[in-house]
Design a protein. Structure first.
Length: 309
């Protein structure tokens, strides 16, 4: 029987044949540790057939989690903008944010760098016949900056922001540092803005062994108006000491499994922990109400949503 873990490992890893491995090693031999990779021309076999502008839409792949009525386990989720409890709204925004990371190409692939002025547009029609639209544009080439705007007026929802990726060569790994900020805004909640910072992306094993794609480091979701913050750790498997000692050594939380996630939702002013998030962002995630000392409830199951796609 094939387990979910087996599927994860096959989707997140890649073994190159001799010829592409030789091409990649020849390219790497010209690089220095810490070097910016944005100006380096990469071979096509490490690129996915779409640009970063389209890749951004993966984060909006589960709109039903934020605009629809839904029940998971014993927790009932209504359209987030209509929830009167600000803490419940925040929990559901976090749930929505962590739901989009499992969508990615098989293996270790990087999206194309968009050219200056390139844009991508998309439109969604939801089961209740409401709609959302999306537009993204490459507003800077050096340094690369992608700006995007997603709106569903009928659902009081706006998601906008920018991504400023910085790629670095680390030795046996390459990192994409996902700088920039995303904002979720409910138009019927004036002044309530959810600010999100993304984790970084790592390609491991580019010199030796099996190539693996991982998310790592810190990510935050913050709503200043409601004094709430979620601090998330995207935990990676342990990497080599050379990489840990790299100049960006403050990045990274290491664990024995791929794709682990851990986080807490807190009152930002007091540090009081309210909820705990555990699981794997590529499989199943749980949330625990620390104040009520309740058991962990299922917050998202990837397989359930893959079957809908």
């Amino acid at each position: 029987n094939i387990t979910m873990a087996d599927e994860e490992n096959s989707n997140d890893t890649e073994v190159l044949d001799e010829e592409p491995r030789s091409i990649l090693l020849g390219l790497i031999s010209q690089l220095r540790k810490g070097m910016d990779l944005h100006r380096v021309t990469l071979p096509t076999f490490v690129l996915e057939p779409r640009s970063m502008l389209e890749r951004i839409t993966d984060f909006m792949s589960h709109p039903e989690l934020i605009i629809s009525n839904e029940m998971i386990d014993v927790l009932i989720y209504i359209s987030v903008s209509k929830q009167e409890d600000p803490l419940k709204r925040f929990v559901n925004v976090v749930r929505y944010y962590i739901s989009g990371w499992h969508i990615k190409p098989k293996g270790v692939k990087k999206p194309y760098n968009p050219v200056l002025g390139e844009f991508f547009r998309a439109r969604w029609q939801f089961p209740d016949n409401t709609e959302a639209c999306f537009v993204a544009e490459q507003v800077s080439h050096h340094p690369p900056i992608s700006a995007y705007y997603y709106a569903s007026p009928e659902n009081n929802l706006i998601i906008c922001g920018d991504i400023r990726p910085k790629s670095r060569f680390l030795g046996n790994s390459a990192a994409t540092l996902m700088q920039g900020e995303s904002k979720i805004i409910f138009t019927n909640r004036p002044g309530e803005i959810y600010r999100i910072e993304m984790p970084n992306v790592y390609a491991r094993g580019i010199l030796f062994g099996r190539m693996v794609m991982e998310l790592g480091d810190n990510s935050t979701v913050r709503c200043e108006k409601n004094d709430l913050i979620c601090e998330l750790e995207f935990r990676t498997k342990a990497c080599s000491c050379l990489e840990i000692n790299f100049a960006y050594s403050n990045f990274g939380f290491f664990t024995g499994a791929y794709n682990s996630i851990y986080g807490k939702i807190k009152r930002e002013s007091t540090g009081e922990a309210l909820y705990e998030i555990t699981g794997k962002w590529s499989d199943i995630m749980y949330i625990k109400d620390l104040e009520a000392k309740r058991k962990c409830y299922l917050v998202f199951r990837i397989r359930r949503y893959i079957q809908r796609l």
